[in-house]
Design a protein around this ligand. Structure first.
Ligand code: NAD
Ligand code: ZN
Length: 341
């Protein structure tokens, strides 16, 4: 089968031929229709320090996908040939304390599809049936292909009550933008999003942010004055992984504010802890998606009218994958979908 893989320990990704994966007793074999390119795939493409430490070579990459069930392991119940599915990219152990308590997203033995084992940029993918999510008819394969990052956005945005709250989102990458859309959809008042990339900020505006701030040109504090936000933000969603962005968030939170942190800083990050202590801030780390509450919420948000389609700004056939990676690397895109049909 055709597969996009990391074949060399250097910048790039390569189309290759791989044997179709074998279906174990508890697995599903999925024929891939659409995949999307994640920021993680770009790290792997760039072969940065994290990738060098983490990624086995050779490995088929990719973990954002939608497809159709074409093979079912003998122990699997609840799936039929022809079911349309996407899937949770974190494969959990099932026997640690958190797994046994149903808190699978906190499994200490998580293995990542397309990060630690072969992924979805291929004609066929095998995953444990437990990880598959059956798609309602009204959710297209294309939208389902971005459910993995949409899930990061939903998990983070719904970590705290947003109804009537003033929300600051730092980082208008695809996940930050989708979080802005969710925040607005569920009833936040001001949804202010920051970045240094005007293309992405304008997409964030289109998706529901009430105010965008290019922090290279404008002061967040000035914007808060214009919005008559004397007291500061109630909820912060950190989605950049950039230390100065997090510091400005801490500075502009109201007392008793709540912060959900998804963005991954490049290394240790020093902050002024007195902001946290004297303001009595709650800070919560967010990893992945809740299994499978986040997935149900994602489907329901779309069924209740959240329109994610403008997020997909570019589509390519997988044979033109290089163009897809180039546009994603340029920062001048929302989500980029690769078509495997
Ligand atoms: P991304 O890199 O596309 O987005 C980050 C954005 O931050 C970019 O648009 C960038 O221009 C912007 N930025 C840079 N400097 C800034 C500044 N000073 N202020 C505000 N914004 C600034 O990433 P993404 O795919 O949208 O993911 C968002 C973050 O979440 C990344 O850090 C990613 O590594 C992380 N992530 C975490 C998890 C998890 O499970 N915790 C999962 C997926 C992604
Ligand atoms: Zn576990």
């Amino acid at each position: 089968m055709k597969a996009l893989a990391k074949l060399k320990r250097e910048e790039g990704i390569w189309m290759t031929d791989r044997p179709q994966p074998e279906v174990g007793h508890n697995d599903l074999l999925i024929k891939i229709n659409k995949t999307a390119i994640c920021g993680t795939d770009i790290h792997i493409y760039n072969w940065d320090e994290w990738s060098q430490k983490t990624i086995p070579v050779p490995m088929v990459t990719g973990h954002e996908y939608a497809g159709e069930v074409v093979g079912i392991g003998e122990e699997v119940v609840g799936f039929e040939i022809g079911d349309r599915v996407s899937g949770e990219g974190h494969i959990t152990c099932g026997h640690c304390r958190n797994c046994r308590a149903g808190r699978r997203h906190l499994c200490r033995n998580t293995v990542g599809v397309g990060v630690n084992r072969d992924g979805a940029f291929a004609e066929y993918l095998v995953i444990p049936a437990f990880n598959a999510f059956k798609l309602p008819d009204e959710i297209s394969d294309e939208l389902a292909a971005i459910f993995d990052p949409f899930g990061n956005a939903v998990h983070t945005a719904l970590a705290f009550d947003l109804v009537g709250e003033d929300v600051l989102i730092t980082g208008a990458g695809p996940i930050g933008i989708m979080a802005a859309a969710v925040a607005k959809h569920v009833g936040a008042r001001h949804v202010v999003i920051t970045d240094i990339n005007d293309y992405r900020l304008s997409l964030a505006k289109q998706m529901g942010a009430t105010r965008t701030v290019n922090v290279a040109k404008e002061q967040l504090e000035e914007v808060m004055k214009q919005l008559k936000m004397e007291e500061g933000f109630d909820v912060g969603l950190e989605m950049s992984g950039v230390p100065v962005a997090f510091k400005s968030m801490l500075k502009n939170m109201n007392h008793g504010g709540k912060i959900a942190m998804l963005g991954i800083p490049p290394g240790e990050m020093a902050i002024d802890w007195s902001e946290v202590i004297f303001k009595g801030l709650d800070i919560k780390g967010i990893y992945g998606r809740e299994m499978f509450e986040t997935w149900y919420k994602m489907a329901s948000l779309i069924q209740s009218g959240l329109d994610l389609t403008p997020m997909i700004t570019h589509r390519f056939h997988v044979d033109d994958f290089q163009q897809g990676f180039d546009i994603m690397r340029s920062g001048q895109s929302g989500k980029v979908v690769l078509n495997w049909d």
